[in-house]
Design a protein around this ligand. Structure first.
Ligand code: UGA
Length: 441
């Protein structure tokens, strides 16, 4: 099938590449010429495991191309995905200007029946706005409307995006059109082989499903972080509690890891957006407000331990940080806990010496060159001359370090672990002071 994708961010690019991989002919449209040129040469603007070869081989095979020309894009696809950004505006609501601009552009160049699919995470009611924008623009141009609007939210995780897209848990189709349903079932048939993963529903339920999923996951994390705070107060170990409750299949082991807070481009933004949308319809989403408040405090947790350990005397201290990205396997620094920590450390007069396997370029881009930030080539070199080690992200390479070397290089044998990677007993035996989240401090 011929498919067009507007927006080559994480969602659009992965979606486009994966659809091309199974044989669809995909044109991706983006306003950023430099990005489009890079992609047409098989390079990718983000770090995402497995994506670069996928893009390269499909560009070479002629199934995937990138353009800034919206007309070419609209005319090409019978299915048109809108996967542009929905950044939060000042009050935390999702800003729909890019989504609605694409809708208007589609109307302008419409050359036959199109199925317009919203893939970005958009507030409930957006598909109706897309439909109205298309309709208004078409009638102002004197064209007759011939399109369907479908909500088909994306559930991919950064760092596992290609796999999530190739093997989705579910394919949500929010539509009242039999034709749109039939076409999208055809489009997704290669990903829907073992059992039927397609769940068809009305448009608004599909839109809310996406928020409900992310907010439920964020709630699990904040809940566990709250329990971790209680574990500290009561002298219990949250890691035992985690295993204890995870064994109940109604709770499950997944996504109940306490830590130094959730980040990324999705959870913080989506929780806030749903709180705002709820308020707009006269409902106080008090659980979600608490989820956000707990996470805000959680991101300050590591600094709290450090401050307490050094009796507030952090001026001139050097802090080795392992892991900067908001989670492993990505270079994404959006809403990363490491940023809150570094900014608090700098404000207290400390220096940061950091290592991350992928996110150092991005960190440099965000903070520029500053005397109190050194980005180091290896995790070992980040330790040299430092007064403490802090772990913000659980990259695999940090899980079994050489503790003797850490001890040798640090001026104080103290580790602050925001991801609970190590065994407190073992670290105590090796002579470390070890602070972790919710482990009976
Ligand atoms: C999230 C969802 O998991 C995806 O299903 C969804 O499609 C995506 O948002 C989106 O809306 O686009 P992502 O933001 O890539 O995906 O990252 P996650 O793997 O969900 O991690 C989010 C944050 O939660 C990270 O900071 C991670 O460290 C934290 N986390 C996760 C915990 O603190 N504890 C856990 O047990 C799990």
């Amino acid at each position: 099938m011929k498919v067009t994708v507007f927006g080559v961010g994480y969602v659009g690019l992965v979606q486009g590449a994966v659809l091309a991989e199974v044989g669809h002919k995909v044109v991706c449209v983006d306003v950023d010429q430099a990005k489009v040129d890079k992609l047409n040469q098989g390079g990718i603007p983000i770090y995402e495991p497995g994506l670069e070869p996928l893009v390269k081989q499909n560009v070479e095979a002629g199934r995937l191309s990138f353009t800034t020309d919206a007309k070419t894009g609209v005319e090409h696809g019978e299915v048109i995905f809108i996967a542009v950004g929905t950044p939060p505006d000042e009050d935390g609501s999702a800003d729909l200007k890019y989504v609605l601009t694409v809708a208007s552009t589609v109307a302008e160049h419409l050359n036959g029946h199109k199925i317009v699919v919203t893939k970005s995470t958009v507030p409930v009611g957006t598909a109706d706005k897309v439909r109205a924008t298309l309709g208004d623009k078409l009638s102002s141009l004197g064209k007759s409307p011939t399109f369907d609007v479908v909500s088909n939210p994306e559930f991919l995780k950064e760092g596992a995006a290609v796999n999530d897209c190739m093997r989705p848990d579910r394919i949500i189709l929010g539509t009242d059109s039999a034709l749109a349903q039939k076409k999208l079932r055809q489009l997704y048939a290669p990903f829907n082989r073992n059992h039927d993963k397609v769940i068809v529903m009305d448009v608004r339920s599909a839109e809310l499903t996406k928020y409900a999923a992310n907010c439920m996951l964020a709630t699990k994390i904040s809940f566990m972080n709250e329990m971790a705070c209680l574990a500290e107060k009561f002298g219990a170990d949250i890691e035992n509690v985690r295993k204890g409750i995870g064994s109940d299949p109604r709770i499950g082991y997944q996504f109940i890891y306490p830590g130094c807070g959730y980040g990324g481009s999705c959870f913080p933004k989506d929780v806030q957006a749903l709180v705002r949308s709820a308020r707009a319809v006269g409902h106080d989403a008090s659980i979600l407000e608490a989820v956000e408040a707990v996470n805000y405090k959680q991101k300050e947790k590591l600094f709290g331990y450090i401050h307490q350990h050094f009796n507030g005397d952090l001026a001139g201290k050097t802090v080795a940080i392992w892991g900067l990205s908001f989670k492993p396997n990505t270079d994404d620094m959006r809403e990363a806990s490491s940023r809150v920590l570094m900014e608090q450390l700098w404000a207290a007069g400390a220096r940061v010496q950091a290592y991350d396997p992928e996110a150092m370029e991005e960190t440099q881009r965000i903070y520029g060159h500053r005397a109190d930030l050194s980005l180091m080539g290896t995790k070992e070199s980040a330790l040299s001359g430092a007064d403490m080690l802090v772990i913000c992200t659980e990259w695999q390479v940090f899980r079994a370090p050489d503790f003797d070397l850490i001890k040798e290089r640090l001026s104080n044998p103290v580790i602050f672990d925001g991801r609970n990677l190590f065994d407190p007993g073992q670290l105590a035996e090796q002579g470390f002071q070890y602070y972790a989240i919710g482990r009976g401090l």
